[in-house]
Design a binder for this molecule. Structure first.
Ligand code: FAD
Length: 305
């Protein structure tokens, strides 16, 4: 397994997690590959060079798809098309209040790239690329998903998706760690999740702005009070951005039209897009951040009636 002066590229295709971890311990800089839809672009067009490539498409431990107590366990090598099929099944089988997150992810996947990419691209490949415009990362954060990470010594740690993205294409993974799986929680009664994506074209296009939003509303003294809320935008900063001031304001508020004005004001503070923001179209993208929330408000209000 030693490279010993070998100058070409090494390609491994292990069939067990144990072997993946062993290879990773020998070659901490090795690049894991799933669908190659991101790495392929890097090597072909961005002159990236990787000496050791580990294809992890055929490792059963990375292909889990299972509903457990704490949510849906999704192996990092699960392809997006497989995830779509699985979520469709879960949506039919589970109680209607449990599936709001599943429905949001499924709707987002409909507009994720095209069929060819979804057939090969993996959940883990999208997460670990940490693209600021990833269509799924804001949703993993908003839904309260957790990521399971395994190191070369077989130690597993779990981290909330909201803490995983550290900077521009930088994630909380050491060279001796890989992403094992995602745990997507099922929703409770009166917990609602919604996805958003606005692109130039509907099909196979990158988002101008996207978002994931979740709210959990409880009845108290005849009013519907916001108990917990997550509002995450993608495409507006180097990492998916949490609208923290807005979330703080909304928590404890009554779910009615009265909250809208203040929410819009706070969203402008939370998601500032300076005139020279990368991606341009600043006015349009700013207005999208507000209109996404308005759509979310209407969606939840409609679901509650
Ligand atoms: P790969 O290229 O195989 O890997 C990507 C990165 O993840 C590599 O750095 C790899 O080492 C790392 N990695 C993979 N698995 C692991 C693991 N288990 N642990 C640690 N690191 C790991 N993205 C969107 O969000 N929305 C879109 O609409 C969209 N459209 C696209 C359209 C086209 C035409 C193309 C080419 C790309 C598009 N993308 C889009 C981006 C890309 O397809 C996705 O990010 C995809 O999910 C990447 O998955 P992959 O399996 O192909 O990744």
């Amino acid at each position: 397994l030693k490279l010993n002066g070998f100058n070409g590229i090494r390609w491994y295709r292990p069939l067990k997690l144990k072997q993946v971890l062993h290879l990773k311990s020998l070659y901490p800089d090795a690049k894991l590959i799933n669908g190659n839809s991101e790495v392929g672009v890097e090597t072909k067009f961005k002159n990236a060079q990787y000496k050791v490539l580990i294809s992890v498409t055929n490792v059963p431990e990375l292909l889990t798809l299972k509903v457990k107590e704490d949510g849906i366990h999704i192996g990092s090598s699960v392809r997006l098309a497989q995830l779509q099929n699985f979520l469709r099944k879960v949506i039919v089988e589970r109680d209607s209040h449990e599936i709001s997150s599943c429905e949001a992810v499924l709707r987002q996947l409909k507009w994720f790239a095209g069929t060819q990419i979804r057939n090969v691209a993996s959940v883990g490949g999208n997460i670990c690329t940490a693209s600021p415009i990833s269509d799924l990362n804001p949703l993993w954060m908003a839904t309260g998903a957790k990521f399971e990470i395994i190191d070369v010594n077989n130690n597993i740690r779990t981290t909330p998706a909201k803490d995983f993205f550290l900077g521009y294409r930088k994630v909380d993974l050491r060279p001796d760690e890989i992403l094992l799986s995602v745990i997507l929680p099922l929703t409770k009664p009166f917990e609602f999740v919604k996805e958003f994506k606005q692109a130039h074209r509907r099909e196979d296009d990158i988002a101008l702005v996207n978002a994931g939003m979740r709210v959990y509303i409880k009845e108290a003294g005849g009013d519907w009070i916001i108990s917990d809320v997550s509002i995450i935008y993608g495409g507006v900063a180097a990492v998916p951005l949490r609208a923290s001031k807005t979330e703080n304001f909304l928590t404890g508020q009554k779910w009615d039209y009265g909250l809208l004005d203040e929410t819009f004001d706070l969203l402008k503070e939370d998601i500032p897009l300076p005139e020279n923001a990368p991606g341009g179209m600043v006015e349009f993208r700013s207005s999208l951040t507000l209109s996404f929330f308005f759509k979310f408000f209407l969606y939840v209000t409609h679901e509650m009636n």
